[in-house]
Write a protein of this length. Structure first.
Length: 281
């Protein structure tokens, strides 16, 4: 768990690479992008540790990670002109087991006037801003600073019990947030999350075309493109498979990370990562 101990975990990871251990990690997500979030001297500290140990560090996963860095950037290779790239996670979190994240960070089940950490100004930019910056870097554009944050929280219309927290009617039940990167004041890259604890709540917000969770990429320009990526485990649950794909994106990247230049490496630094060797025999 790194979400509640960001800087301590960075010290841990830096120590690993200094000792010659190549590392893949799903957190802290602030390290998905090299530039724009942490002070340059902190990134240089990781790079120097990597040079000392001849080892690399790669932080990724599914979101933040593949669904909003590699996937949209690959899709942009089909573009003639790009006006705006929007990446979304749209999901029912009722079967997502992370009590600290769900109650303490998101604030589900708490009164709407509570002030969980995630909704304090600047925290969304810290957590999801790196993927906006990776997309922008992949497109060769320089974003205005600071990034724009938008948050809409809504009360639960009925009492529901999730695997992480009980959500009483009237307490926070759903949230829609965005982190927006602009260029000369024009929105160019948007990260959006639509997170519910009750799949039937907020019918006016975006919903998956199938199932209870999806990742969506929308590219406005010439041509306009939209792609929806869904997943589920063998038992049918999308939160179970969400854990699997988060881990496997990292595990399958291990050979590329070991072969990479020492220091902090983003998705833009790695070659194509595939499921080599995983075809069932």
């Amino acid at each position: 768990m790194t979400d509640d101990r960001v800087f301590e975990s960075i010290e841990d990871l830096t120590g690993f690479v200094r000792d010659g251990v190549n590392v893949v990690s799903s957190g802290p997500v602030i390290l998905l992008a090299r530039d724009g979030t942490l002070p340059p001297e902190m990134i240089e500290g990781i790079d120097e540790a990597g040079r000392q140990g001849n080892a690399s560090l790669h932080v990724n996963g599914i979101d933040p990670g593949f669904a909003n860095d590699v996937l949209p950037l690959v899709l942009t290779s089909l573009s003639q002109r790009i006006d705006h790239v929007k990446v979304s996670e749209i999901a029912d979190y009722s079967t997502y087991y992370q009590p600290v994240v769900m109650r303490d960070l998101f604030g589900f089940g708490q009164p709407l006037d509570a002030k969980p950490l995630l909704w304090e100004p600047g925290i969304l930019t810290t957590a999801w801003g790196p993927v906006v910056r990776v997309i922008a870097e992949g497109l060769g554009v320089t974003l205005d600073e600071p990034l724009v944050e938008e948050v809409t929280r809504r009360p639960a219309p009925r009492t529901v019990s999730t695997v992480s927290v009980d959500v009483e009617e009237g307490t926070m039940g759903s949230v829609l947030f965005r982190v927006i990167g602009t260029v000369d004041g024009v929105p160019r890259v948007t990260l959006e999350h639509v997170t519910r604890t009750d799949a039937s709540a907020e019918p006016d917000w975006p919903t998956p075309n199938e199932g209870d969770g999806c990742y969506r990429v929308e590219i406005t320009g010439e041509p306009c493109m939209k792609m929806e990526f869904t997943h589920h485990g063998e038992n049918g649950d999308h939160n179970v498979s969400g854990m699997i794909i988060t881990a496997q994106r990292l595990v399958n990247a291990v050979p590329a990370v070991v072969a990479a230049e020492p220091g902090l490496r983003s998705a833009l630094d790695l070659p194509l990562v595939t499921g080599r060797g995983l075809v069932a025999r």
